[in-house]
Design a protein around this ligand. Sequence first.
Ligand SMILES: Cc1cc2nc3c(=O)[nH]c(=O)nc-3n(C[C@H](O)[C@H](O)[C@H](O)COP(=O)(O)O)c2cc1C
Length: 171
Amino acid sequence: MDNRVLVAYATKYGATGEIAERIGQVLREAGLPTDVLPADRVSDLTPYQAVVLGSAVYIGKWRKEAVKFLQAHEEMLAERPVWLFSSGPAGEGDAVELMDGWRFPKGQQAIADRIQPRDIAVFHGHVNMDKMNFIERWMIKNVQSPVGDFRDWDAVTSWATAIADALKEAA
Ligand SMILES: Cc1cc2nc3c(=O)[nH]c(=O)nc-3n(C[C@H](O)[C@H](O)[C@H](O)COP(=O)(O)O)c2cc1C
């Protein structure tokens, strides 16, 4: 294990990848060497002292690449500081309130309990009608979801800054 940090993400249309990139940028600017990678491109956590994992949320679930990542690396994640984030809710106001208190998929709660993440954040997402398929557009209209880019870059930056501070304090 060296002092690298991994920011792994699972995205369908890119919005979560851009959040992961911003987190990586903040960590690097704080002097922490950081890799930002799609979750399905990571095979070994040995080089990493800490891991941030985030997924887009679709119909209350994380993307399967993020779920597989949790399952495959549970043991090593439990040995390292880990931060998790979900990204998805559209609309103005507090992201967790928009999700009615939801933070993380129930199906993976047992793994999260074993990993003991330092935090689980929820970030606003980008509902981009131009990228969606016909069925998704129909679903978004049906649930009358707000449409647009609601990502809160200040919230992402301050969360990442707190991660950098925690890791530097522990060093
Ligand atoms: C069919 C569909 C279902 C969605 N379901 C949810 C959901 O259950 N909860 C949520 O917060 N966001 C939901 N979203 C919004 C996405 O999570 C949001 O657009 C996110 O930013 C997409 O990230 P990505 O570009 O990384 O894939 C849904 C979007 C679509 C198109």
